[in-house]
Structures are given as C-alpha cells and as structure tokens.
Design a protein around this ligand. Structure first.
Ligand code: BDR
Ligand code: CA
Length: 325
C-alpha cells in the first residue's frame, strides 16, 4: 500500500474506456486499492481500441489484472466517441510499446456479475459510459445489495463538456445513467464540477517527466497530447484529470467532500439530453413539496477536492508503478 493511502484498502472493479485519464484511474486504483479486475466499454474510442489501451496500461505499469471487454455500444443511443479529446485511438501522444497481453475471453458483464456474486463488498468504479454497469444491474439485480457501492465519473452539477448541458460519459449513455442512479446501491458521483478541480496542465506533465521512469514518461506524453488537443480546439492548456477522482473518492474519501443529494438524468430534451440534474437546494426548501418536485437523496454528490493531496497521490502512484516495464 502507498504510504499515504487510507488504512482500509478497498477492492475495486474498474470499468473504463482509456482514454488518458482512465489510464490514470487504473494506476491510482492499482496502487491504493486492490484492483480485482478491469472491464472496458466503448466510449472515448471504439471498444477494440479502449481494450488495447487498458491492456497497454496494465503492461506498462506492471498491473497484474485481467481485462474483460464489454459493450461496444450504448443501451439505446448510437455510439459516440471523443477523438477530439483523446485521439482516434483513445491514446494519442506517446510512442507505445508492442502489446504483449491479450484480453480475457470472459466478457465484462458475465465477469462483473460472477465476481460480485463471489465476493461481497467490492467497489464498482466506472470511468466511462455506464452501459456495462446498467447491463449488469438489469441482468442481475442482486448485485446492488452485494457491492460496497458504485463510484462513477460522469455527469455534472454545472453544465457539460460535450454539450452545453451534458458531460461526455452521461451523454453517451443517459439511459444507463438512469438505471445506475436509480438502482438503490450506494452511488458516489464525481462529475465535472468536482473533477475540474483536479488540474491537469504542463506543470503536471513536467513533474511526471521528472520522475523519469518509462511509465511516467508515457503519462507525461499522454498529458501533453491531451493539452495539445485542447489547444487545437481553442481551449486553455489546462483541464481536469477526471477519472482518477472516482477512484480517490473510494480510496481517500477524506480528500473528497460529498453531500447526499437527489440526482436524476434528462433522457429527452432537445438541448439537455444527458444532463444530470443535481438538486442542491437545502432539503428544507423542499419541505411539503410533492415527490415530483423533489426526490429523496439517491447519490453522494462529490463537490470539493483537496487538489494538492490528489495531485501528490497521483504522482506517488506513477512513481511507484512507473518503472515496471
Ligand atoms: C470523461 O469523458 C472522457 O473523455 C474522460 O475519459 C472522462 O471519463 C470526462 O467528461
Ligand atoms: Ca473515461
């Protein structure tokens, strides 16, 4: 365990679509938690690419974990990728080693259900569209009572990134978000309003490069490419390192403040499909109102992040695992 990790080492199933920040989430989960398995879902790039990227991340950082491919398209919507953010492959930037690992022949849905039924108390940490997780909940509703919780990166309480209203993961599969936030498990949400507080900039890339290991240099290049892509779109060379936040909300809860709140997702809406509606009104404000005016709190909405701590935790994780290849 890393020196500054929480005392309880959580057991984690990471469901991801690497993606630069998903790779960061995997390294953080492997260092501060017990990373039991990795599953992939089409999102930042098509399923085959994100599965390759997950295998490469495990290989580069010496993470001994199987990777199980999941859904290649959302429950209802057409597939949507993010080449303008992560490149066509999902992993624009570094020169990458030849892939030596292969994906498991057991698919993500089957793997997640079997693993949760075999061991109570696992954390599910999705950092891509929630398609796989919704499929699991629909097919095996008993998993809801077996997991410790579901800590996801997605949504926002303050507007979107892919559209004015919707964050990318939530926009890709809003129907899946609805299944997850309504499922009754403990749900922890790290949306853009939180994850933009974890600053990714050239200084972070420089600090990674200074670590000098193969893995650290790969991350430095990933981050520079991510910032280059932002600059190409006319944005500042500064953004959020989104996905590790959903892991840190589990492994280092003291670094991320949250409040129980009602959260729902817009499934219609000409302009607002995929928007997560986080009700930040004080409960007293809704006293006496009907249930259509206010739902009960169903989500722990993460809203405040200890930036310096999270940044250092990420650097320490890369320093610890980056020399593996
Ligand atoms: C989310 O979208 C993806 O591009 C990132 O990997 C992250 O999961 C941020 O909106
Ligand atoms: Ca992601």
């Amino acid at each position: 365990m890393g020196a500054s990790a929480s005392t309880t080492r959580q057991r984690i199933l990471l469901d991801c679509d690497p993606g630069h920040d998903d790779a960061a989430a995997m390294v953080v989960a492997a260092h501060y938690g017990d990373l039991v398995g990795v599953t992939t879902v089409g999102g930042n790039a098509p399923l085959a690419d994100v599965t390759t990227n997950a295998l490469l991340t495990a290989q580069i950082f010496g993470i001994d974990v199987d990777v199980h491919p999941g859904c290649d398209r959302p429950l209802v919507a057409e597939p949507l990728n993010a080449p303008e953010v992560h490149g066509v492959s999902g992993f624009a930037g570094p020169s990458l080693p030849t892939l030596e690992r292969t994906a498991s022949t057991v698919g993500a849905i089957e793997y997640i259900i079997e693993t949760i039924r075999a061991e109570d108390g696992l954390w599910l940490v999705p950092t891509g569209p929630l398609t796989n997780i919704a499929m699991v909940i629909r097919r095996a509703p008993d998993v809801v009572d077996r997991v410790a919780g579901i800590s996801f990166m997605g949504g926002s309480a303050e507007g979107g990134n892919r559209t004015a209203a919707a964050e990318f993961n939530a926009l890709v599969d809003p129907e899946a978000v609805k299944v997850v936030v309504d499922c009754g498990a403990r749900i922890v949400m790290s949306g853009l309003d939180l994850t933009r507080q974890f600053v990714v900039d050239d200084r972070l890339a420089d600090d990674l490069a200074a670590l000098g290991s193969t893995g650290a240099l790969v991350f430095a290049d990933l981050i520079r490419a991510y910032l280059d892509k932002a600059e190409e779109r006319g944005l500042p060379r500064r953004g959020g390192l989104h996905d590790p936040c959903a892991v840190l909300a589990v492994t280092h809860p003291e670094a991320i403040e949250r409040t129980a709140r009602p959260v729902d997702v817009e499934l219609g809406g000409r302009l607002t499909r995929g928007m997560t509606v986080v009700d930040r009104r004080p409960p007293a404000n809704a006293a006496g109102r009907s249930s259509t005016d206010r739902r009960d709190a169903n989500v722990e909405h993460c809203h405040t992040l200890d930036h310096d701590r999270c940044r250092q935790l990420f650097l320490d994780a890369v320093a610890a695992l980056g020399s593996a290849s």
